[in-house]
Design a binder for this molecule. Sequence first.
Ligand code: TNX
Length: 500
Amino acid sequence: MKRLIPTLLVGLITTMNHDTSMADMNIESGPSAGPVNLPLIPYPRSVTPGPGQLRMAGNVTLSTPDEAENASRALREWLADRGINVSMDTGPRISLSLGDAQTHGAEGYRLSIADDIRIEAATDTGLFYGVQTLRQLFPVQAQPGYTLPHVVIDDRPEFEWRGNMLDVARSFLPLEYLRAHIDRMSRFKLNRLHLHLSDDQGWRVEIKAFPKLTEVGGASSVEGGRSGFYTQAELRELVAYGEARGVIIVPEIDLPGHTQAAIASYPELACPDVTNLSTYSGVEVGFSKLCLTQPETTYSFTEGVLTEIVDIFPSPYIHIGGDEIKDPLYAEFIGKATRIVESLGRTAVAWEEASVADNDPGVLLQLWNDEYDIQPALDRGHRLILSPCSYTYFDHGNYEGQPNTYTWCRKEGVPMERAYQFNPQSYSQVHGVESAMWSELVHTDATADNRLWPRVLTTAEIGWSPAEARNYEQFLDRLEALRPQLDAMGIQYYRPQALP
Ligand code: TNX
């Protein structure tokens, strides 16, 4: 049931009225999300309104600790962008301070707005997230003055892994898109960008020991898609860009299947009886594989590639694929590949089919097919990244029948409401959640935006907010309030017919 806007928010709304699309912001309150529905995504764990309001003009004073480099930079850049001056002695103080890990955890923070604005956290990342929350409370355009509600927000994430996967193998995405995506993700506290870097249709990462992977495999793509590859230097820069925004880039090299681009580059990777050694631009899967009966070639390739991958990507997790392939030696290969990753000092992630192998229980399994039996792996202690296709595959339609979308997992597509209803709390041993955008049918930046947004915001909220703080009606109201922020980021998000 909708209620009048609580007085606490009147000042905020008044400020927002300058912005026409904010004017119709519909603040709703309900029992499950506490007394107010601040325009925040993901919704914080705890919101305690205070009695007053903070009024400020376009000046603030700042105090930021040296150790909080990323949060301080994000705060200063945003203030500069918003035209808010940092001065020595006028305006309220915004202070960032590093405190106690027990209270806030690795990514949590407390944001208090009273006469001053304080953000406390145990880490730079926690402070960074506090800054993101503060930012969402401000209108997107510079105003002569701002009024903020007095409030204390205590917040920390439900899951450590809050991810999004981009398939850059079927169709390439330019570096600028990836940088923009990292910015966008970090604004909503998403922290793992999983890059699907190789598949039948393309190989996208420079490997110095195997230069033909990008000469041949980098030049192919799915039909109608984009080809290309990233150099190691470009990827290192992207990693640093992510690090400054709390986003770890998790690379995936899909093995031992989905390897036609590698085989076309190095035919000796296929068994001698294989005649199809050319690049591939179709969409069917499951036909290519490394020759597992030739361990010398297969493992020196696997080890050589993974060694360079760990050198480029400091991520504690390296994804080795492992999906959609039948081979009598499959389980043996996976066991060996996950141990190669371990020997390189990292933890392997693999698609859930890999659960048949004798892996160290530390290996993370990424669940994607609602019908797969994962129980035996859970019994052995594996933890899960949850990406069930019928809730999280954003190559499926925003609505039933959307052109250029898949339906193989769910014929009705994955409308946002459905995506929001996904409940990771109904699984056990959950390490995190991740949505995925496969790119067989996604060939431009605009289409990528349309498939990803706003649905990625459901991943952000499901990954961060506890089940009690989630409510779809309220989420829609908050999304509506944040729409100018998505617009300002230049996101060409899908607009449902129901919205003007
Ligand atoms: C299944 S999910 C795949 C991908 C496809 C995707 C299309 C998974 C591990 N494999 O190869 O691109 O479906 O929705």
